[in-house]
Design a protein around this ligand. Structure first.
Ligand SMILES: Cc1cc2nc3c(=O)[nH]c(=O)nc-3n(C[C@H](O)[C@H](O)[C@H](O)COP(=O)(O)OP(=O)(O)OC[C@H]3O[C@@H](n4cnc5c(N)ncnc54)[C@H](O)[C@@H]3O)c2cc1C
Length: 403
């Protein structure tokens, strides 16, 4: 008998919630990561959509909210005008939170350990172990220590977009599209701003988003075409500030503040789904589904998919359903839920013009704070989208023009 029911490789926003939820369902889980915690990674950290609600459901939102301000106000400028929505709070949960990864991932891994998961930090997995074509465990260890082998009924790669497990099992890739944008970001103090600001500049092929985070810092990101990377790298600060200059008001406010950290960047950002299961293995988070960070959905998707996979594995281990059947359902559900987001994200990263109807609705609600708030709440799934996006309401907003 294997020593563990499940081994999870990777302990950030996909792996730790998966391990925690499996332990809550009674599974014996080993969670390993070559990193130690708290630690940062050069990724963004804005959590919205279903992310805050899941953190609340898991009893972790208070710890996040204690470390970072809730993001209640939203500004989005698609090159037309800045549309502002305020008071984005529903049932005590704000639209967004932006904890640094040092806080978020530590809260998540501690929650897993608190539920009885055996956690090994600083533990790198060098190899996966197979018997008769089935993955039966891992081989690895801590730096300078002996190599150990551990066995489990199922081994999960929550090991990020370059997943070694996905490579070893040759997980098929589908709906793939190469990287479109690269991103640079840093943190400023002393910047006057809304909680969250988004600027799309299709002509210059730039997207800029920024949000408040811990210690009253203002995080500013710029997405730029990946083919410009060699030129950007020759002088990152100049390229970044040129990008900000496409929004003169924002550039002025950022220049009035002070950059407190170096620039961080990421460029290898392909878009793909991977088949997320096979004999003795499964994938979750970026390992199984990766996309350009334009819509900032990676963390909330990782949470959601961890919840789906934990149910599938727990049902399979309990004998409620055949594990293979449960995992096939996991793949289906994982693919169904973000299908629209995936296409929309690709279109946005390619700077495809927004549909005229979207622009017309924005213009119609421009001077109406209540409608602006309802629009964003509906768009972000904080209220039933049909409360705003129903034909009668849209016709009323657009002055009787049929929609
Ligand atoms: C520039 C940028 C900006 C982004 N902005 C946002 C944003 O604002 N909001 C948002 O929701 N998402 C954002 N994302 C996406 C988000 O960061 C990812 O979707 C998310 O981190 C995926 O989590 P994960 O747990 O799947 O993988 P990761 O966070 O990559 O974690 C993988 C873990 O696996 C461990 N690991 C890997 N291999 C091994 C091994 N062999 N042995 C042991 N451990 C191993 C690593 O050490 C790591 O800790 C952004 C991404 C980028 C690049």
């Amino acid at each position: 008998m294997p020593r563990y029911d499940v081994i999870v490789v990777g302990a950030r926003c996909a792996g730790s919630p998966l391990a925690m939820l499996l332990a809550k369902r009674g599974a014996k889980v080993l969670l390993v990561d070559r990193a130690t915690f708290p630690s940062d990674i050069p990724h963004g950290h804005f959590i919205h959509r279903q992310g805050p609600r899941l953190l609340k459901e898991w009893g972790l939102l208070d710890r996040i909210a204690a470390a970072t301000p809730a993001v209640r106000n939203w500004l989005a400028d698609f090159g037309d005008f800045p549309l502002v929505a305020r008071d984005l709070v529903e049932d005590g949960v704000a639209w967004g939170y932006a904890p640094r990864r040092t806080i978020l991932d530590k809260v998540l891994i501690d929650a897993a350990a608190g539920c009885g998961v055996e956690v090994r930090e600083g533990f790198g997995v060098g190899e996966y172990v197979f018997e008769d074509g089935k993955c039966v465990g891992i081989r690895g260890g801590v730096k300078g220590g002996a190599t150990v082998e551990e066995h489990a009924t199922i081994t999960v790669g929550a090991d990020g977009r370059h997943s070694r497990l996905a490579r070893v099992v040759e997980a098929p890739i589908y709906q793939a599209s190469p990287a479109i944008l690269c991103y640079y970001f840093s943190y400023w103090s002393g910047v006057e701003s809304e909680d969250f600001e988004l600027y799309v500049r299709p002509q210059q092929r730039r997207v800029i988003f920024s949000f408040r985070t811990e210690q009253n810092l203002f995080a500013v990101f710029s997405g730029m075409p990946v083919e410009e990377l060699p030129a950007i790298r020759t002088d990152i600060d100049a390229a970044f500030m040129r990008s900000l200059d496409t929004v003169p008001d924002l550039a002025d406010r950022v220049r009035a503040g002070r950059r407190e950290e170096r620039y961080y960047g990421a460029s290898d950002l392909p878009n793909f789904y991977r088949k997320p299961f096979g004999p003795g293995w499964a994938l979750v988070g970026d390992a199984g589904y990766h996309k350009d960070p334009y819509l900032a959905l990676g963390i909330s998707d990782a949470f959601h998919h961890a919840a789906l996979l934990s149910s599938a594995i727990a049902d399979g281990l309990d004998g409620r359903r055949a594990l293979d059947e449960a995992l096939a359902d996991y793949e289906q559900q994982r693919n169904d839920t973000p299908a629209i987001d995936y296409e929309e994200n690709l279109a946005a990263a390619r700077f495809t013009p927004f549909p005229p109807r979207v622009m017309a609705v924005r213009a119609a609600i421009r001077n109406d704070p209540q409608e602006s708030t309802r629009f964003v709440k509906a768009r972000m799934g904080m209220i039933d989208p049909a409360e705003f996006f129903n034909p009668e309401h849209l016709q009323q907003l657009l002055g009787g023009v049929p929609v």
